[in-house]
Design a protein. Structure first.
Length: 103
């Protein structure tokens, strides 16, 4: 094998090694981006939970689960002192329903 062929082979192997390294870096970047997206989604969910908790606290709402009915119930007194309750199978949806009902 001539020197030129040796150098060409070394260059080819070097390019292949760099391509593998770049592929690995792209994978790590994609994983980091996905983790960032997940963290943003988690943060949004926490903010929504916190807003629901603040609404329940401000309005003195009770949130309870009925095993018999398989429903989450939100109960509170409105500004006129009337007892209001709403329900839904999902806890967060039940609270969101109450928030809309109270408006």
């Amino acid at each position: 094998m001539s020197d030129d062929q040796m150098h060409a082979l070394q260059d080819q192997r070097h390019r292949e090694a760099l391509a593998v390294e770049m592929a690995g870096l792209r994978i790590r970047v994609a994983e980091a981006e996905a983790k960032g997206v997940q963290q943003q989604a988690d943060l949004a969910a926490l903010r929504a939970d916190a807003e629901q908790a603040r609404w329940c606290e401000r309005n003195g709402a009770d949130v309870t689960y009925s095993d018999l009915e398989k429903l989450w119930w939100v109960q509170w007194l409105d500004q006129q002192g009337l007892f209001i309750e709403v329900s839904h199978p999902d806890r967060n949806a039940s609270i969101d329903k109450a928030i809309k009902e109270a408006r």
